[in-house]
Design a binder for this molecule. Structure first.
Ligand SMILES: Nc1ncnc2c1ncn2[C@@H]1O[C@H](COP(=O)(O)OP(=O)(O)OP(=O)(O)O)[C@@H](O)[C@H]1O
Ligand SMILES: [Mg+2]
Length: 420
């Protein structure tokens, strides 16, 4: 008889692998209120990529838990770790602190029989123009991120600028952008501005508006003539964090997230083919691009339920089709109701902390309908009011667990600001 729970692991995999290639994320909570106590360990399956929704109100433990899952990946034995990578889109700027041990919660860690630890395979990437700001704030940075303009599509820009698809602005932008793209060479925002400015078919108003939008985009110095290659950036065994916290433009964040997500999916489709060929021929696979888990913090900003951003189509595609090539997702949000339903409906694991809004509880219920809505609400309301108390809905096992997420080994930079 096994006592451990491995969330997301099929019975076949459990028989074959036991707890191998899984991560220790917490302990079962038994009883309610004053009587609540912790019992056996709960693990998370890391063998296969999943679509995980992490929901809960402000300060309930979402980012902290995502960090605990990343730590477990970092501590996997090499034979597993070398096949996986994590990519984090971090608009809040908190994941860099995983490079520092969690001495702050030493007492809690000791109670859990754990010790503070730092992780040096976390790699922080920031926009080049902001590197000095990070250095000044003493935040360790490993590299810079820039996107080559010719890797984007005209549609990406139309979405980023929030133009109506059939508007004069969108059509004019598309025509000029595609003209440069067809030439087959890399080009800068300035080249695009020059081309638009000299386009005789356009009236002055259209030109001025487009130039304004493009100049704003160029100010962030993220979209450039030459860009970082995703295939060189995402390395097996590494956690690549795109820290966008000092980048105020949500449009640029979604442009980067969209392109990087699309490219990861593309690279994995190619790698998967190589892996399949290797399986048939019995030779070693030439594929180098690892199975990748992508984490979107504040996911409603990347794949909203109302409207479209330049990253939404790519995230929805990964949610629907990522299983086979090996791209997993973790979408973190305070408001599941604001995340696109295509992503919610594909989640096979939900980690939910306290939620109070009816709409958000309904959104959770739509993901996982094994239980009645009222029952689910009751369970969430009954969660002990201690940090890390969560409800985990597991679609693979068709079960719901009450789990206290374990304390973090590495420092969590997202704690509440206080005035003393
Ligand atoms: N499992 C846990 N064990 C111990 N402390 C925890 C745990 N989970 C959360 N905390 C505490 O709660 C604080 C808030 O957690 P966290 O930053 O993850 O909130 P959040 O849900 O991401 O909030 P927001 O929506 O505002 O980003 C942490 O700084 C930590 O002190
Ligand atoms: Mg958070």
């Amino acid at each position: 008889m096994r006592y451990e729970t491995i969330v997301g692991r099929t019975k076949d995999d459990l028989d074959k692998f036991g707890v191998e290639a899984s991560g220790y994320i917490g302990k079962h909570i038994v009883g309610t209120g004053e009587d609540a106590h912790l019992t056996t360990k709960v693990y998370l399956d890391l063998l296969k990529p999943h679509v995980i929704l992490v929901a809960g109100k402000r300060g309930s433990g979402k980012s902290y838990s995502a960090g605990a899952i990343i730590e477990e990946f970092c501590m996997l034995p090499d034979k597993f770790k070398q096949k996986i990578a994590f990519v984090v889109f971090d608009p809040v700027g908190i994941y860099w602190s995983m490079k520092v041990p969690n001495d702050e919660q030493l007492k809690t860690l000791t109670e859990w029989g754990l010790q503070p630890k730092d992780f040096n395979n976390i790699k922080i990437y920031v926009p080049e123009s902001q590197i000095a700001e990070y250095e000044k704030a003493e935040i360790p940075v490993d590299g810079t991120i820039s996107i080559a303009l010719n890797e984007l599509t005209a549609e990406d820009l139309v979405l980023a600028f929030n133009f109506e698809r059939t508007s004069e602005l969108a059509v004019a932008l598309e025509k000029n952008f595609n003209q440069l793209l067809k030439a087959g060479k890399s080009f800068s925002i300035e080249d695009l501005i020059d081309l638009i400015s000299s386009d005789k078919r356009l009236d002055k108003g259209t030109k001025d508006t487009l130039v304004n939008f493009l100049e704003l985009l160029s100010q962030w110095e993220v979209i450039k003539k030459e860009g970082t290659k995703v295939r060189d950036l995402v390395k097996p065994g590494h956690v690549i964090v795109f820290d966008f916290s000092r980048l105020k433009s949500q449009e640029v964040r979604t442009l980067v997230a969209g392109l990087v997500s699309r490219e990861i999916m593309h690279q994995r489709i190619l790698a998967r083919k190589e892996e399949e060929i290797a399986k048939i021929t019995g030779e070693k696979s030439k594929a180098k691009f690892p199975i990748t888990w992508i984490i979107y913090e504040e996911a409603h900003g990347f794949v909203p339920n109302d409207g479209e951003t330049s990253s939404s189509a790519d995230i929805k595609r990964i949610a629907k089709e990522g299983r086979e090539p090996g791209v997993g997702l973790m979408v973190i949000t305070q408001q599941p109701n604001k995340v696109h339903s295509d992503v919610l409906s594909q989640s096979d694991i939900v980690i939910s902390f306290r939620l109070t809004s009816k709409d958000d509880l309904q959104a959770l219920h739509r993901v996982h309908q094994t239980y009645m809505q009222e029952e689910l609400e009751k369970m969430i309301n009954k969660l002990p009011r201690v940090p890390g108390a969560s409800l985990i809905l597991d679609d693979v096992l068709e079960k719901i667990f009450l789990v206290n997420i374990r304390p973090r080994l590495s420092h969590h930079a997202g704690s509440t600001a206080v005035i003393i």
